[in-house]
Design a protein around this ligand. Structure first.
Ligand SMILES: *[C@@H]1O[C@H](CO)[C@@H](O)[C@H](O)[C@H]1NC(C)=O
Ligand SMILES: *[C@@H]1O[C@H](CO)[C@@H](O)[C@H](O)[C@H]1NC(C)=O
Ligand SMILES: *[C@@H]1O[C@H](CO)[C@@H](O)[C@H](O)[C@H]1NC(C)=O
Ligand SMILES: *[C@@H]1O[C@H](CO)[C@@H](O)[C@H](O)[C@H]1NC(C)=O
Length: 373
């Protein structure tokens, strides 16, 4: 059944390959009261870039697969095209995960820009219009993952992403990131001096995302807004009360907007300050439980300190493959989830394999028939 479903979706995608209009009716025609609600009793299953462990990241099929597999939230990265359209794409350049190199007419569009203090060369998303971006096909980032879907799916817009969540047969939240806001605001200009952050919030409001965490509005259309840039989160806290998650990078990477160190932004005084604006933090998981030679070290006190301030903790990224699993988990992703949920006690997990996390949680803490997907 599942593979049939995937095949028909592929057929749908292929017939619509050249169309840049949304694939789904906007907004959803499915009546919200009939949908099964979001579960809130166990840590959130956040489908990182969709089920990108199986299907190329941030494509329609990766998101639909994640919904089918039991995601609580589908996660995405928002960038902007040259003509100011918000699109779902992780890297600032198209080089790694699309077929841009095969499009010879864009060979001279390569550029070098400073991104977070590093001169980076490639085909930048911000140098292409939406119409041009729709020409490119996405491929798997890692060679050890299934390559059969390479070249079959295009980039999607923020609007198309929202429509996938709204059209899901149960309530599925969205978890969009305000990605590289410093770079985007340097390169993309909107009428009236609007900022990237303004356009981002406008889009959420256009489709009815509002309300504080666990409010009635939020439960109908759950959203977490995430960013590594604290000034973006503080700025948008004036525009929306939707819950926000402050992402925290590796220990050697300063914030892109305020140039603060990991140690500064994870101090008690900073967490106490940022909690006025955010519901929680999203740290790189190796900063919570450091590793040496692929073995886990004792956990740091970051989760305990965040919880003491009532901040949720949603670490990233959980991946099934041996290339990513620490030796302590003996190549078993269920053991990794077990450790992070029962010992570290996180509140949400960004995973490339939503199906595995869902199956683990259904074994350990089943939700019952009101929630069974
Ligand atoms: C990036 O390149 C420009 C031009 O060559 C140079 O002026 C600048 O210092 C470089 N920046 C970094 C961070 O290396
Ligand atoms: C939020 O809005 C208030 C009132 O308009 C303004 O004074 C303040 O500077 C704004 N804060 C941010 C971070 O934009
Ligand atoms: C960021 O902070 C570091 C460490 O304090 C400093 O060396 C660097 O020059 C700063 N960079 C910018 C762009 O201000
Ligand atoms: C992981 O394995 C190493 C090596 O056996 C051990 O020293 C360490 O305590 C383990 N860490 C955890 C969190 O179990």
């Amino acid at each position: 059944m599942k593979s049939l479903c995937i095949l028909s979706l592929i057929a749908l995608e292929l017939t619509l390959l050249s169309a840049s209009r949304p694939f789904y009716p906007l907004p959803s025609k499915v009546a919200v009261p009939l949908k099964k609600p979001l579960q809130t009793t166990r840590p959130y299953n956040v489908a990182h870039r969709g089920s990108n462990g199986e299907i190329p990241e941030e494509t329609v099929l990766a998101y639909m697969r994640a919904i089918e597999e039991g995601a609580d939230f589908i996660e995405t990265d928002i960038l902007a095209s040259k003509d100011g359209v918000l699109v779902c794409f992780h890297d600032v350049t198209l080089d790694e995960t699309t077929d841009i190199a095969d499009h010879k007419k864009f060979a001279n569009r390569r550029a070098t820009y400073e991104v977070q203090g590093v001169n980076t060369t490639g085909w930048f998303v911000v140098d292409f219009t939406l119409e041009e971006l729709k020409l490119f096909r996405v491929k798997q980032r890692y060679p050890f993952r299934d390559q059969q879907y390479n070249g079959k799916f295009g980039l999607i817009t923020f609007e198309e992403f929202i429509s996938i969540a709204l059209d899901a047969p149960r309530v599925v939240g969205i978890y969009p990131e305000i990605k590289n806001p410093v770079l985007i605001n340097q390169h993309v200009k909107w009428p009236g001096g609007k900022r990237f952050e303004d356009k981002f919030v406008e889009m959420l409001k256009k489709y009815g995302y509002s309300g504080s965490y666990l409010s009635k509005e939020w439960m109908k259309q759950p959203v977490f807004i995430q960013s590594f840039a604290p000034t973006s989160l503080i700025y948008i806290s004036n525009l929306t009360d939707s819950p926000k998650i402050f992402l925290i990078d590796d220990v050697d990477i300063p914030t892109q907007d305020t140039n603060q160190s990991y140690w500064e932004i994870t101090s008690d005084s900073y967490l106490n300050y940022i909690k006025e604006y955010v519901l929680g933090i999203g740290p790189w998981k190796d900063t919570v439980v450091p590793e040496v030679k692929n073995y886990l070290e004792p956990p740091t006190d970051l989760v305990a300190r965040a919880h003491a301030l009532d901040l949720q903790v949603h670490p990233y990224t959980y991946r099934n493959e041996n290339q990513f699993l620490h030796f302590n988990f003996s190549q078993d992703p269920y053991k990794e989830y077990d450790y992070w949920i029962k010992v570290i006690r996180v509140d949400g997990l960004f995973t490339d394999f939503t199906g595995s996390l869902h199956n683990y949680q259904e074994l350990e803490s089943p939700l019952g028939e009101n929630f069974t997907h």
